[in-house]
Write a protein that binds this ligand. Structure first.
Ligand code: F6R
Length: 248
């Protein structure tokens, strides 16, 4: 796996925003769409802020962009404070010119018996769009990508999953207390993520240093889902100096 190390999270985020902008413009010139896979959480916030800035100050248009988000809590209302649907609107979609029908975030409101069919439809939509050109990922301290927790298999599809205790703890700060953190989530599977033509995983801060090392330098195992990315033909990690601290 290629690893690009930047002095700060902002520097790394700016570089990735430039890559995304270049891809969008290249497709615009050819009158084609571009399909992005997007993540939520604290990691991509600077990236989205920079994309918004490129739109507002430099005229970058997202009219030819289609996006699919990795995951959403289940169950959750889209306007709940912790909802990833809400997060994406607040951080990105409300501030750019992406057409309203062009972005997809898994729906956390469906009755349980409908989730399976919905998840299959989510996969079909991605395929009908031509597949994901560039997938943005963050990484959990347990190595999860999307909400594919340790033990998820490489052939997993979009589905309902149980969140690890560790993941619920890491995200508890967004909720009133631990008991409020949903126990389930809908996530793209590892096979969904692996079908992306290009993958860029972002990680910032010392708390990610150990898992970055394990993912990049450790052996590729489903016990650390991010380490499976070693098997993807076009994946790189973009990290800051703090997250690089443990690399040899
Ligand atoms: C979010 C997602 C998760 C996060 C990961 C890191 O859509 O897919 O895998 O990327 O939990 O979260 P942060 O960025 O908050 O450290």
């Amino acid at each position: 796996i290629a690893v690009d190390i930047y002095p700060t999270a902002k520097d790394g985020s700016r570089a990735v925003a430039q890559e995304i902008a270049a891809l969008i413009k290249e497709r615009q010139a050819a009158n084609k769409q571009v399909v992005l896979g997007l993540a939520t959480g604290s990691t991509p916030k600077y990236l989205y802020a920079e994309l918004v800035r490129l739109h507002k100050e430099e005229g970058l248009s997202f009219k030819n962009v289609l996006t699919f988000n990795l995951d959403e809590y289940y169950p959750i209302e889209p306007d709940a404070l912790q909802s990833y649907n809400r997060f994406m609107k607040e951080q990105l979609f409300n501030h750019i010119d992406i057409p309203a029908g062009n972005y997809f975030v898994p729906d956390g409101t469906l009755p349980k018996e409908k989730v399976k069919e919905y998840a299959a439809e989510y996969e079909r939509r991605i395929e009908a769009a031509g597949g994901i050109d560039l997938q943005i990922l963050g990484i959990g301290t347990n190595g999860h990508i999307g909400f594919n927790e340790p033990g998820s298999t490489l052939n997993s599809h979009t589905r309902l999953v149980t969140l690890d205790h560790n993941t619920r703890q890491a995200n508890a700060f967004e909720f009133a207390n631990m008991s409020q953190v949903p126990r389930l989530a809908i996530t793209m599977g590892l096979s969904t993520i692996f079908k992306a033509k290009r993958i860029v995983l972002l990680a910032w801060g010392t708390h990610k240093a150990k898992i970055v090392r394990r993912s990049v330098e450790g052996h590729s195992s489903d016990q650390v889902p991010a380490s499976l990315l070693q098997q993807h033909p076009d994946c790189k990690f973009v990290i800051d100096e703090q997250a690089a601290e443990e690399l040899t």
